[in-house]
Ligand binder design. Structure first.
Ligand code: 0RQ
Length: 503
């Protein structure tokens, strides 16, 4: 243990999870480490839920995180009913249910914005930061584990800090973090990062030892990622995208090794990265938030030369492989705070190719990534907005249909808009790719219907668009029918119209 707890000033601060949980009072705000199931605080939040259940008095806290958590923390805290407000991202079915029945407040926030909001004092101040570490250095720096997320900003701004020192996470992770925290707005210098592999910060998160209230020893790996293997449709999406990138290189708009790549989470995003395995592209770089399995497959295949992210989220087998062979990845990886990985300044400067996932897109290219049928939260916007608006290429991928064809992912009017037509350059489905750059709405609509919609919905979309044209306008719509597809799905279980009432 002492090779991990090297700051002797903290030697007498070791407590149990139950003791640490007991310090947290009703109405407080806590900031938990963790980003897409990686590097999360694993035991104190669960002890808190247990304690609240035992005491059986009204109890609630605000919970800020990096993104979604593993170890059932989101599920257990939501189930226990102890979360007043949660931000900025989640991906848990129990929590989703609580959000959608209104018993839990959720703020769906751009992932680069949380740090600024805390720094400005625009949201509730953090009472306790609870962060996972693989080590605490002699000088009192917290070395995070498999994610950095918002931990640096939580530690800097919290009144108290609780460290979960995880003996199961590899000590080899020490050295892959680069912690840089921008100064306050108005006093800030440009962020000095001009290449994906550049270091500019410290190896860990500096912490005032007086602020460290307790250290809890843990011994548990991250929950494995649950992504599913690429299927025929996701492979087709990848193939369309790679062919498009090939053409961009041919036209001289991209170099042979493309530009730094970003991809969102989930099965579709992972499958798209997988597509690069069989491509001719080499010397690729990644400047992303989550590093999923496919990034490590591409590192193994020598296709990626460097990957920068804010978390490593892997399936069980891949986690075992990466942990056992970490030495071969160490000099090809950096983990940074999510404020940096998702920073508009850097995304624009580096000229990223950003690939994120849509739930649905409309014929004009507005994208809904979060609210099913405009109302029910799925996971959250995550970093997709940070990236799409500021990237060189803002790309969205989705299968053209969902729920066995009863839902068309290309609709007349997106039922909720996360990414407006102004932020969306390219949409790809297994049917094809629509390059919307430089197109007016009327040109976009035709391209979306012809290239991206599923054949079973194409005539229906065209009928809607033709009726919309009779009404005129820059972005023609038949407002009374704009959401009729979603209404039909709710009432009849399918968006498909009966002919001849095609719209
Ligand atoms: O439902 O789970 O009941 O089968 O949505 O869809 O096709 O498995 O795809 O795992 O990649 O998730 C957008 C949700 C896609 C995710 C989303 C249903 C579908 C299925 C999952 P089931 P798939 P994925 C990264 C950056 C946020 C935005 C982003 C996400 C389930 O990628 O949350 O990229 N992204 N952020 O059946 C109703 C539709 C549907 C639909 C799919 N049109 N209507 N349901 N589904 N299309 C995140 C971070 O920054 C951390």
């Amino acid at each position: 243990m002492w090779e991990r707890l090297r700051d002797k000033r903290l030697a007498d601060k070791i407590v149990t999870a139950e003791v640490a949980a007991g310090w947290i009072e009703d109405g407080m705000t806590i900031g938990l480490s963790g980003f897409t199931r990686a590097g999360d605080a694993k035991v104190v939040p669960l002890a808190l839920a247990e304690l609240a259940k035992k005491e059986n008095k009204p109890f609630g806290v605000n919970v800020y995180t990096g993104a979604s958590l593993g170890s059932d923390v989101d599920a257990v805290m939501a189930e226990a009913g102890i979360i007043n407000k949660r931000l900025p991202f989640q991906a848990d079915p129990v929590m989703r249910k609580k959000i959608n029945d209104g018993s839990m407040m959720f703020v769906d926030q751009h992932l680069s914005h949380t740090a600024e909001a805390i720094r400005q004092g625009a949201i509730d101040a953090i009472d306790y930061a609870i962060v996972e570490a693989v080590a605490i250095t002699e000088e009192g720096m917290i070395i995070p584990a498999t994610s950095v997320g918002n931990s640096n900003i939580f530690v800097e701004n919290a009144k108290h800090v609780i460290i979960e020192l995880n003996m199961a996470q590899s000590v080899e992770l020490e050295g892959i973090h680069d912690i840089y925290t921008p100064a306050k707005q108005g006093e800030r210098e440009p962020i000095p990062l001009t290449s994906v592999d550049q270091r500019m910060g410290t190896a860990g998160i500096p912490v005032d030892p007086d602020k460290v209230k307790g250290i809890v020893l843990t011994n548990q790996l991250d929950s494995p990622s649950t992504i599913v293997e690429p299927d025929e449709e996701t492979a087709q999406i990848a193939a369309h995208l790679i062919e498009f990138l090939r053409q961009e290189v041919k036209e001289g708009r991209l170099p042979n090794n493309l530009a730094p790549l970003q991809s969102g989470i989930g099965s579709v995003a992972n499958a798209v990265f997988n597509g690069f395995l069989d491509s001719e592209f080499t010397d690729l770089t990644v400047f992303s938030e989550v590093l999923q399995d496919a990034v490590f497959d591409l590192l193994d295949a020598g296709k990626i030369s460097f990957a920068s992210g804010c978390s490593i989220t892997l399936t069980a087998d891949k986690m075992k492989h990466v942990t056992e062979n970490f030495a071969q990845y160490r000099d090809k990886l950096l983990l940074r705070p999510q404020e940096i990985t998702n920073h508009p300044e850097l995304i624009r400067r580096l000229g990223l190719i950003a690939i994120n996932t849509a739930i649905e897109a409309d014929i004009y290219g507005n994208v809904n990534s979060t609210n099913v049928s405009g109302t029910r939260m799925m996971n959250g916007i995550g970093g997709s907005g940070d990236f799409a608006r500021n990237a060189r290429l803002g790309i969205f991928v989705t299968k053209s249909i969902a729920k066995g064809g009863n839902i068309s992912s290309i609709v007349p009017f997106a039922s909720h808009v996360d990414h407006t037509e102004h932020d969306v350059d390219i949409i790809v489905t297994e049917q094809g790719l629509a390059d919307l750059r430089g197109l007016a709405p009327r040109q976009r609509a035709v391209k979306m219907i012809e290239n991206c919609a599923h054949p079973m919905y194409r005539d229906q979309l065209m009928a809607y668009y033709e009726e919309a044209l009779t009404r005129g306008g820059h972005t023609p719509h038949v407002l009374e029918k704009a959401f009729s597809w979603h209404v039909r799905y709710a009432q009849e279980g399918t968006m498909l119209a009966k002919k001849p009432a095609l719209v």
